[in-house]
Ligand binder design. Sequence first.
Ligand code: ASP
Length: 426
Amino acid sequence: MAKEGKKMGLAIKVLLGLLVGAVVGIIVHYLPAGSLRDAVLIDGIFQFVGQVFLRSIMMCVVPLVFVSLVNGAASMGDIKKLGRVGGKTLGFYLATTAVAIVIGLVMAFIISPGIGLDMGAIDQVEYAAKEATPIAQVLYEMVPRNPIQALAEGNMLQIIVFAILTGIALTVIGDKGKKVLGLFEELNELVMQLVAMVMKLAPIGVFALVARTFGQLGIDVIIPLGKSVFAVYVALALHLIFVYGGLLRVLGGMSIFKYVKKLYPAMLIAFSTASSAAALPANMDITVNKIGASKDIAAFSLPLGNTINMDGTAIYQGVAAVFIAQAYGIDVTLNMALMIVLSATLASIGTAGVSGAGAIMLSMVLTTVGLPIEGVGLIFGIDRIYDMGRTAMNITGDSVCTTIISRQEGEFNEEIWNTDFAKETV
Ligand code: ASP
């Protein structure tokens, strides 16, 4: 399988890109400040290469989400199946997100990152809190007034609504829509090919993005906020191992470690770009072709989950809310904790799959719960560090949900799951 060999080669190159990028970035950070470090490397080469990569992936995202969701909704064949799969997908996404926040809250209470924090001791990074959109408005604005505008502006929630309705309409008209359906299937092939071409840039793109992040931040900036970073990453790991691992084990007899071994290239793209959208193409490829989930279900649930299912973001919002409360000396009551769960679940649905979006939505959670919005400034400076981890978890949740629903629908391919693609590459 020469083709597979190439693909796994790419995954390892992406991993190398990430590691080398981190090391180079840290070294560059400690070079003397000056034009070589700042203008030539950090804001020059790293920025240029990273942006070319990121923009090339983003170029594919709107066509990918739209075409894939139309196909995904239409390929269910009948409305009943779409309703069943759609209902399960939504239920899974909401339930895992709520559990994620609870884990985040519990970890934050145990580790207590904000207790005893002298706010003045922390370098406050300027942060202009954006006005948070009320939930009701987020909901009705999901319906696009003009679908072309939604596509042009890359408004994901609106694109999702329009695409699913189009897919349903195609199913209802049946034979009369055959040609259009065929066209969408061909468009899907086209978009996937585009993605494959762009992904060739991944190792160098990932290198540049990570080198820039560490070049700017270094490692010592993380130390004062180390406890909250630690709390977020521990909560992410617990969620991965116990929630996803437990669901996979109980509902599918599958091992989370084997799962991650297969999914890691997509997780690495998510980690280094801090964008679920950027990792969507790799996630679709691996979840179907390396893990064995149903192509039809994945075409529906992955692009949907990419925007509405963000367990990593939810964990981060839970930890951040407690951290900020503690830093300001505010007691978190049970009532407040429940409000955090509710508002962070909704906020994570409205969060776009791009880097930094979760920190903006955090301001909505804080406002809803009545915590000081200025607190976002405390963690905004190193948001990227949280963002990388939470994004990797966001896309893992989408993949796990797709796999479990594929199993329940009897559309999971055991043979693919049991194939060790890594071995075949040597
Ligand atoms: N960067 C995250 C994502 O793309 C969203 C967030 O900022 O939490 O999934």
